[in-house]
Design a protein around this ligand. Structure first.
Ligand SMILES: [Zn+2]
Length: 172
């Protein structure tokens, strides 16, 4: 192992030693006493508020539906979105962890492709895996993957609500 791999390993060890949010496993944001980052804590709070509101408005909904059975159950709809946001945050945590324990060239290609699609709406990196495999050592690929995923994860935080809404439609 060369000295570059050595310093990369130290950088990754530093990230591994950091606190991570219990749900999304992000190490870049402060973790509060609840074990969650602010983003996930807000989702948790929203779920509990919306659960309470859903229960409170049950009677009114039933009454309204006597007049019109098609009245939309808005409180449940918004609760579902919040619950889906939690699910997406937890999936992100499971998929990414703090840093990847393995990073194949294909993993790096996928991260680059995803980033490219999110920014440009097209994939500039399809089939790039072999070149990536020859250009970066396994240790360097882990660090590269970590850096790319930091961008993807920030974007996921920003867009969590619309992603959750979309997933609810697709999964119905
Ligand atoms: Zn989190």
């Amino acid at each position: 192992m060369n000295h570059l791999d050595d310093s990369v390993r130290r950088l990754l060890d530093y990230v591994r030693a950091k606190d991570a949010c219990t749900w999304c496993q992000n190490t870049e944001h402060a973790v509060y006493r609840t074990g969650l980052c602010r983003h996930c804590y807000r989702i948790k709070l929203e779920i509990s508020n919306r659960t309470r509101y859903q229960q409170k408005s049950r009677g009114a909904l039933a009454a309204a539906r006597k007049g019109d059975p098609k009245v939309h159950d808005t409180p449940t709809y918004f609760l579902r979105i919040a619950e889906k946001m939690r699910e997406l945050a937890e999936l992100e945590g499971k998929a990414f962890g703090k840093v990847a324990s393995q990073a194949t060239a294909l993993d790096v290609e996928h991260a680059l492709s995803k980033l490219s699609r999110r920014v440009l709406k097209r994939d500039l990196f399809r089939g790039e895996a072999a070149k990536l495999g020859h250009s970066f050592s396994p240790e360097q690929r882990k660090y590269l993957l970590y850096l790319l995923r930091r961008i993807l994860r920030e974007d996921s935080r920003r867009t969590r609500r619309s992603r959750a809404r979309y997933r609810l439609i697709v999964e119905r």
